[in-house]
Design a protein around this ligand. Sequence first.
Ligand code: AMP
Length: 215
Amino acid sequence: MSSLPDADGSAPLRDGDHASGGSAPAPVPAHAPASASAHIAPSVAAREVHIALGANLGDRLGTMRDALHRLAAHPAITVVAASSAWDTAPVGPPDQPRYLNGAATLATTLAPAELLAVLLDVERALGRERTSTRWTARSIDLDIVLFGEYTVDTPDLAVPHPRFRERAFVLLPLAEIAASARDPVTGERVESLLRACPGRSDAVRMGPLGEFPAR
Ligand code: AMP
């Protein structure tokens, strides 16, 4: 049995918490011991994951950097790359402040549902208050955009993120660090999804989110 993706990462997910009809990466303990040289459990292949970050309340840049440092401190996560921060117009209710958005590439041995739980923990730790209204102002939002070339479709998690293809505020930073990453649903690469995406002109590139992997 192989629960790992092929070299091109094209296997869908298998197991209870993941996609229909496919194979899943073997779940790994959320707190697997770190090796001396990398924050990855040595016996399980890490998968490349791309996440999106957003904030439009408080110290937007500081909170996003804090989120990345918290993720980097997790024993089963390495932050491989981080994009620039992009100042963008809000999507949804118009009477909210502009967003700062970014993207990061992680290497992780966690299963998708485990990684989502970590992201939600970090959001809570950084003061995110959830409301029943979608797309309202938030101190921090962390989404899984791509999980290798796996697909996930459960009540709690959809990967690729269902709306990332039409969101310039996701694709602009993602294209800086993962232009050739492939959307397993459409087969398109991030760079071509960005070319087809409206709403790019309003975004303003700011400084880097931080230096990752941290020295
Ligand atoms: P929001 O903070 O508004 O983006 O919503 C977060 C909720 O969306 C989480 O609690 C997840 O259960 C759900 N969700 C579904 N797909 C994803 C995804 N790809 N990344 C993050 N959250 C997701």
